[in-house]
Design a protein around this ligand. Sequence first.
Ligand code: NAP
Length: 268
Amino acid sequence: MKPLDLTNRWIMVTGASSGLGRELARVLARDHGSNLVVVARRRDRLDELASELENNHGVSVRAVTADLAQIDQVDRAFAEATQETPLYGAILNAGMTHFGKWDELGWEEYERMHALNVTSVVRMTTKLLPYLEQRREQGGVMLVSSMAGVVPTPYQTAYSATKAFLVHYGCGLHHEMWPRGVSVTTFVPGGIRTEMTEGAAFNDLRSWLMPAERCAREAVRAFRDREYVFSPGFVYRWGSAVTRLLPQRFFISRVAEQYRRSLERSRG
Ligand SMILES: NC(=O)c1ccc[n+]([C@@H]2O[C@H](COP(=O)([O-])OP(=O)(O)OC[C@H]3O[C@@H](n4cnc5c(N)ncnc54)[C@H](OP(=O)(O)O)[C@@H]3O)[C@@H](O)[C@H]2O)c1
């Protein structure tokens, strides 16, 4: 398949009210002239973004408010996104983390994270892929996972497991959907400077965080080029290649130590 042609096409971006999602929307509008359906819970943020992109880049933007941790709202978001505008692609980016000891994660919060990071993505792709296939435009979908989905990450243990699901799910879908004319890309960023990493618990890890705008540019390039699995940033790509050569248990024990120290220092 040729690269995605994003100009004047409608692309849905979930979790577009802040962080990586907002930058993805900005890059798509500014650099590719894409029209956008932006999805999140905070309506005011989405409306602000819509005005910014429409005024600065002459694209059309539709805001859809939805709590994607609720299955009926995932269905409604898809219905609203496709009702008046033909979607050509989607970046499923909305997600949440829990940074702390595994036994400090309450059951309700765990269920919410699983519903958002895993179930909503499966539900949305289950609707999106047949839709895109039927349109016969060779569109594409990108799932936003994380390096934590590739390397088990203690103190983000349950989050890391939800993101590992997305790596396996995205890779499996890529192989199944490629011959059917729709690309599926899995994006695996390391740390990014966003609201998600604002808390003091991330203080010791902050030097590793990539600016959201740069991460978004690399993400959109990978989406456009229908990459299989893509990690932004040379240091991360190089680092993950090298660490694959180390015994996993040894490497993960170093990660655990760094995360534990950062967490405990933030608690004084
Ligand atoms: N930051 C990192 O270091 C990092 C690293 C690797 C991967 N990632 C992944 O990158 C993606 C974006 O994260 P970010 O760092 O940009 O975080 P962020 O700034 O906290 O943004 C999260 C986005 O998801 C939306 N969202 C959260 N809960 C939602 C819900 N229940 N329903 C609908 N939307 C919801 C938020 O919007 P509302 O609050 O308005 O709903 C927001 O737009 C996530 O999937 C994350 O796992 C992040």
